[in-house]
Design a binder for this molecule. Structure first.
Ligand code: AN0
Ligand code: CP
Length: 314
């Protein structure tokens, strides 16, 4: 594997999940693999889980880790080709990516979408520029359109907690006061398409995701209908894709609570975190036995470690 910036980079999911499970059973078994190697974690946006779990994964492999908040501590970068750089940007991505490649054996980047410029976001300008100009493998720590490390941890969590061969998994939109990326649901949808699950998406009208990603997936606009018999409820807010980056609905009826969970087959509740309590999901559900959010966050370490292991060995 040369990069991990999309769920599409996974060739054999089964093998990948086996590796993650093996790592989880003995996280320090391969402590020598990363000896004298360095991973650089570059953040244009905030993070708790991604930053710490990826750092932990690198440490478990004996790697050194450099972390930098590029938005506040780095030079403003130019991504355009042939630009006359007499504006705000001090450094071009061409030099920046090559320079970081001198110090790091893997570069990992978090760069959220603008949610204003759809074309720029869909081009994954920041991450794809690093892929283009860096001379080392690149990992996405959540880009403009995908969060592949999250999706891998989600897949591992579903594998661990499923009680039947082909569980029913429901991705449910839930309200949120701020416009959020489509990255988490996009990667989750791509991942569910690779897994043996009965998968349904439920969201209010107007919240359709990129149709090329959801192609072939059942979409049910009635949340109650979608939840019937579900084994996993995966909650997430995202802003509108068609009315790009807009919030067109804040209906609290979509907040996931007891009323909805009672319709399911004693479903487990999942969310990538950070989660707004009593907006996305009620305290009652989040604090209940049904919630998998902490084991899900724990799995971020082992999925990141599986990705780093693959990048260092293949
Ligand atoms: C981000 C998002 O929705 O993409 C990060 C989630 C992992 N969430 C927020 O900004 C609250
Ligand atoms: N789930 C997730 O990526 O969390 P952070 O934004 O805290 O990294």
């Amino acid at each position: 594997m040369k990069k991990y910036t999309s769920v599409d980079d996974i060739q054999d999911l089964k093998e990948f999940l086996e590796l993650a499970k093996k790592i989880k059973a003995d996280p320090l078994a391969n402590k020598k693999l990363g000896k004298d190697k360095t991973i650089g974690l570059l953040f244009f946006n905030p993070s708790l889980r991604t930053r710490l779990s990826t750092q932990k994964a690198a440490q478990n492999l004996g790697m050194e880790c450099m972390v930098m908040n590029l938005n506040t501590e780095g030079w403003t970068l130019e991504f355009g080709d042939g630009e006359v750089m007499n504006g705000a940007a001090s450094e071009h991505i061409k030099e920046a990516a090559q320079v970081v490649s001198q110090y790091c054996d893997i570069i990992a980047i978090r760069s959220f979408p603008t949610l204003k410029d759809k074309e720029k976001d869909e081009a994954e300008t920041v991450i794809s520029s690093f892929v283009k100009y860096a001379s080392v493998p690149v990992i996405s720590l959540e880009g403009a359109t995908e969060h592949p490390l999250q999706a891998l941890a989600d897949a591992l969590t579903i594998e661990e907690y499923k009680t039947k061969e082909r569980p029913k998994v429901v991705l449910s939109w839930a309200p949120h006061p701020k416009a959020l990326p489509q990255s988490v649901p996009n990667s989750f949808v791509k991942m569910m398409k690779k897994m043996d699950v009965d998968f349904i998406i439920t969201h209010p009208k107007g919240y359709e995701l990129n149709p090329s990603i959801t192609e072939g997936v059942t979409i049910e606009h009635n949340q109650e209908t979608a939840f019937q018999g579900a084994d996993f409820i995966y909650a997430k807010n995202w802003s509108s894709y068609n009315d790009y980056g807009q919030i067109t609905n804040q209906d609290p009826q979509w907040t996931i609570g007891k009323k909805q969970m009672e319709l399911t087959n004693n479903a487990k509740f999942m969310h990538c975190l950070p989660v707004r309590r009593n907006v996305i999901v009620t305290d009652e559900i989040l604090d209940s036995e049904a919630s998998l959010v902490i084991p899900e966050a724990n799995n971020r370490t082992f999925s990141a470690q599986a990705v780093i292991t693959k990048l260092l060995t293949q």
